[in-house]
Design a protein. Sequence first.
Length: 301
Amino acid sequence: MVNQKYLDKAEVLIEALPYIQRFNRKIIVVKYGGSAMIDEELQKNVIKDVVLLKLVGFKPILVHGGGKEISRWVSKVGMEPRFVNGLRVTDADTMEVAEMALNKVNKHLVSMVESLGVRAVGVSGKDGGMLRVKKKYSDGRDIGFVGEIEKVDPKILYDLLEKDFLPIVCPIGLDDDYQTYNINADDAASAIAESVHAEKLAFLSDIEGVYYDKDDPSTLISELNVTEAKELISSGHVAGGMIPKLNNCIDAISNGVNRVHILDGRIPHCLLLEIFTNRGIGTAIQRDDEQKYSAADADQW
């Protein structure tokens, strides 16, 4: 008799089949950051997930952060990190260190993908004029060389995808005077996903997803539409860093991205579990006119 564990593996593959068929040759943008970038084992799992997506027919684009790596190098060279309203103050010296740290992260990720047999190319938002920015302010306060994206030229990404490369994007851009700016990786991932009309955008974060009660993890919401997401923000059910993340999700969907996922990058293979299983493990945000996969959470509305 066949061992049950092998039958279970077959069931998993069969469950994944309709998702593989549905998203074959579709672009998926993955924003990679948080603790999953620091823990070596989690890092390997994330890269394996992205490589698997590529090998089963998806067209993934990886956009990475690197805040912790920047802070480490800023401290290493004897500089003191400064933040305003949670945003890093980036003077000229800090910008130089940040670009170095982010490029180091970028090429490390390229090496990891290449080691698994997939061709990857690391690019900065400066390459090919991909990310054009203007200076960003925080409540009117100058926070240095932090950029707000004004325009995305995705040509270099389309070229790489067409040649069967996996693009890995470093969130740095240029203004109209060709000055270098650091960009929030969530903002970069959202803008890139919109520009390439991605089927999916996935944020790997340090939280399971969106909670109906921000202080109670048991109230995790599996699926939200745009109207419900806006209601969560206006009613105060979400706070802190989740507000800009949800706003990025709303903007992405409003600008053509079909579905956005917020996932806990600390969970091994969270990307595969969310995309290839019926229920998923994080929060999926979708258009108002899209049918939910599960009505389990709709009763709360």
